[in-house]
Ligand binder design. Sequence first.
Ligand SMILES: Nc1ncnc2c1ncn2[C@@H]1O[C@H](COP(=O)(O)OP(=O)(O)OP(=O)(O)O)[C@@H](O)[C@H]1O
Length: 246
Amino acid sequence: MPGAIIEARGVHKHFGALHVLKGVDLSVAEREFVFVIGPSGSGKSTLLRCLNRLEQPSSGSIMVDGTDMLDVKTDINKARQRIGMVFQSFNLYPHMTALGNVSLALRKVLGMPRAAAEARAGAALERVHLGDRAGHFPGQLSGGQQQRVAIARAIALEPRVMLFDEPTSALDPELVGGVLQVMRELRESGMTMVVVSHEMAFARAAADRVVFMADGEILEQGPPADVFGAPSHARTRAFIGQIERH
Ligand SMILES: Nc1ncnc2c1ncn2[C@@H]1O[C@H](COP(=O)(O)OP(=O)(O)OP(=O)(O)O)[C@@H](O)[C@H]1O
């Protein structure tokens, strides 16, 4: 794909005898919002984790922002600085404030001096609408607010792409909306995003492209209106039908 910022080709991943990714090709254009859906165990998280090499693919090629993620000569920590990731669990330090958590990442990863790191961390917290919670500890924040701190921590590093792995799955339903709103705003600001999530209404409303995975393969993909409205594959139809009955 011309202008792709993520280009994964023929990615296979085995965990022992388990063949989890079976030759996945995924290209993501700059500023594109790609939403990956599919049944549990289909390999969605593994694919996402291969993109920033949290998992080492068994074979294939992965280029992100011009960097060969699988080349042994690639400085993987440096490459990962340009790939923000948000997980289901927030992974915040409980003894540090929201500002402390975000600025620590800047100091550790970018080596920024404390004052500059705190200024940038404060701006990132503003972007996730937590400017007034900068001095709060994680235990004083709701799950949704903690996840927004985790998003602030990722965007403060000014990544070129953001990966989200089930970012709202651990949240009570009433806290999901605030996190999705922040993701929507991030997308509107032009961030390239790949999201694995079961938030189908959000996928319909906000994604540029929906990718349906089953059994380690991409079975179909396209604009949300097509994938949800007129899925071409029986497995997609079954999956969407099942989700919508719930
Ligand atoms: N580190 C690992 N070691 C062994 N098996 C793993 C590992 N990580 C994932 N798997 C297996 O790989 C398969 C795909 O898992 P993955 O988490 O990628 O699926 P998923 O589509 O994201 O599912 P879910 O929606 O349930 O998160 C599953 O069978 C899982 O048990």
